[in-house]
Design a protein around this ligand. Structure first.
Ligand SMILES: Cc1cc2nc3c(=O)[nH]c(=O)nc-3n(C[C@H](O)[C@H](O)[C@H](O)COP(=O)(O)OP(=O)(O)OC[C@H]3O[C@@H](n4cnc5c(N)ncnc54)[C@H](O)[C@@H]3O)c2cc1C
Length: 369
């Protein structure tokens, strides 16, 4: 194999095994929404489950690390790139529906655009994922961090995740309980991180169900656009969520500098409720003025955006070519040509600023391969 950039080769373990199209030294930046990151030593787009297996064998036989990439909307690739095999999962565009009692079980391939699946469900009157409109990325990425927005989480609907288990080298069906979902977490990004390659996800949806209106932003939106007592349709909620997202620079496919982000860069910290008075002290306000949401077991969830703002980092704050979005305090953006090192320097400044002021540590959301 040569060092020539982007060189392609076909690989198969044996006769009657699928050929996979491997490329070498492929820049990863174009495959991420941040548009940051150096090259992958090997890059393969796996278009079927058989190709997923073949690519894992290629990596295993050479002792190379493997990184699974979806839509690249929640990753921060280093400037050095990835010294292993990056597998972009494109498997397989097949949508299957099964009626089960009052519900519809909708199965989608890991490589499908998530927003397309939401629109498909909404157009058929299937409730359950309408508030998750406009989120970038693919179906396969949704269970990984239990995607959530505007009061809904994908875990509320997931009944089955089909995945290739690298440990047992076989395909498995994981049910809802096995996925161990929590706030922005699951089996796939915690204790079994890197073990499974998701190839399909099944969502339980409610035909004819009402749209979820649990979030203040959404209720405000409809207070001005609907008559009192009128309930929005699923399609109206889908459109409203996309419109609110667009104003915040958080909509899939949005252009400009604010579009070059990984969405929220920090998770909302969940802390013991006693920490609230310490936060109030740092903010110079009363404890009851600190925004907080009960998170069970004596814990509260604090809005990371509020902490970041109160620590003195405002929308548009820039360090070199990395900045806080001009429309959303939690999104770190690439102003154009930013390196991973620049983004990490900004991240560290924000994390240290918040920790210094409030004693609360902000956890990063995007994954670093
Ligand atoms: C503008 C913007 C807005 C966003 N808004 C939200 C939001 O409101 N709520 C929210 O929760 N997230 C949000 N995100 C984050 C992101 O869109 C989601 O986390 C999304 O589900 C990631 O999917 P992906 O296909 O892009 O995964 P990637 O970014 O490619 O990968 C993310 C992680 O999932 C793993 N992964 C991906 N596919 C697979 C697979 N098939 N099998 C196994 N592992 C896999 C990767 O290895 C990596 O660890 C936003 C991002 C952007 C850019």
């Amino acid at each position: 194999m040569s060092n020539s950039s982007g060189r392609a080769m076909l690989y198969s373990q044996a006769v009657l095994r699928p050929m996979i199209d491997l490329r070498e030294f492929v820049p990863l930046a174009p495959y991420t929404t941040l548009q940051i990151g150096g090259p992958a030593r090997f890059f393969v787009e796996a278009a079927s489950e058989a190709e997923v297996v073949e690519a894992t064998l290629f990596a295993r036989d050479r002792g190379l690390p493997l990184f699974v990439l979806g839509g690249g909307s929640n990753v921060l690739v280093s400037d050095a790139g990835f010294e292993g095999v990056v597998m972009r999962v494109g498997v397989p565009i097949s949508r299957r529906e099964l009626q089960e009692g009052e519900s519809v079980l909708l199965e989608a391939g890991a490589g499908e655009s998530w927003d397309d699946v939401v629109l498909y469900a909404v157009d058929r009157g299937y409730a359950g994922i309408e508030c998750l409109a406009g989120i970038p990325g693919d179906v396969g990425g949704t269970p990984v961090q239990n995607v959530g927005a505007y009061g809904q989480e994908v875990a509320e609907t997931i009944v089955k995740v089909r995945a290739y288990d690298l440990q047992t080298q076989s395909f498995v069906d994981l049910d809802h309980t096995a996925c161990r979902f929590g706030y922005r977490r699951s089996l796939f990004n915690t204790e079994q991180r890197g073990r499974y390659i998701v190839t399909a996800v099944t969502y339980r949806l409610r035909p004819g169900g009402e749209a979820a209106l649990r979030y203040a932003d959404l209720s405000r939106y409809f207070a001005t656009t609907l008559d009192a007592g009128e309930k929005p349709t699923l399609r109206q909620v889908y459109d409203a969520v996309r419109s609110i997202r667009e104003q915040k620079g958080m909509l899939v496919g949005q252009g400009g500098a604010d579009g070059r982000s990984a969405g929220s860069f920090f998770k909302n910290p969940v802390v013991p409720s006693a920490v609230v008075s310490q936060v109030a002290l740092g903010a110079g306000c009363r404890p009851d003025e600190v925004p907080q949401y009960p998170a069970g077991d004596g814990l509260v969830k604090l809005p990371a955006a509020w902490l970041v703002e109160r620590a003195g980092f405002h929308k548009g704050f820039a360090m070199g070519r990395a900045a806080i979005s001009s429309r959303h305090t939690l999104a770190l953006v690439n102003l154009g040509g930013a390196t991973a090192a620049e983004l990490i320097a900004l991240r560290d400044a924000v994390v240290e600023g918040v920790e210094g002021r409030f004693g609360v540590h902000l956890e990063q959301e995007p994954v670093q391969p």
